[in-house]
Design a protein around this ligand. Structure first.
Ligand code: ZN
Length: 53
């Protein structure tokens, strides 16, 4: 399940160490259309957004 950082609202995988104090989210925000919209390198291991969520 993706996790949203409560500091800067960036979105990470639940295995990422960069979100600090994060909040699990069941759905990605509407503005996220592809993996390119997710800045953190924790998403690099995924081939598609469907696979990542
Ligand atoms: Zn991350």
């Amino acid at each position: 399940m993706p996790v949203m950082s409560t500091d800067d609202f960036s979105i990470h995988t639940d295995g990422c160490e960069r979100y600090g104090d994060g909040m699990p989210i069941s759905d990605l925000p509407d503005e996220v259309d592809s993996l390119e919209d997710l800045d953190c390198q924790c998403w690099d291991g995924f081939d598609s957004l469907e696979e990542a969520t």
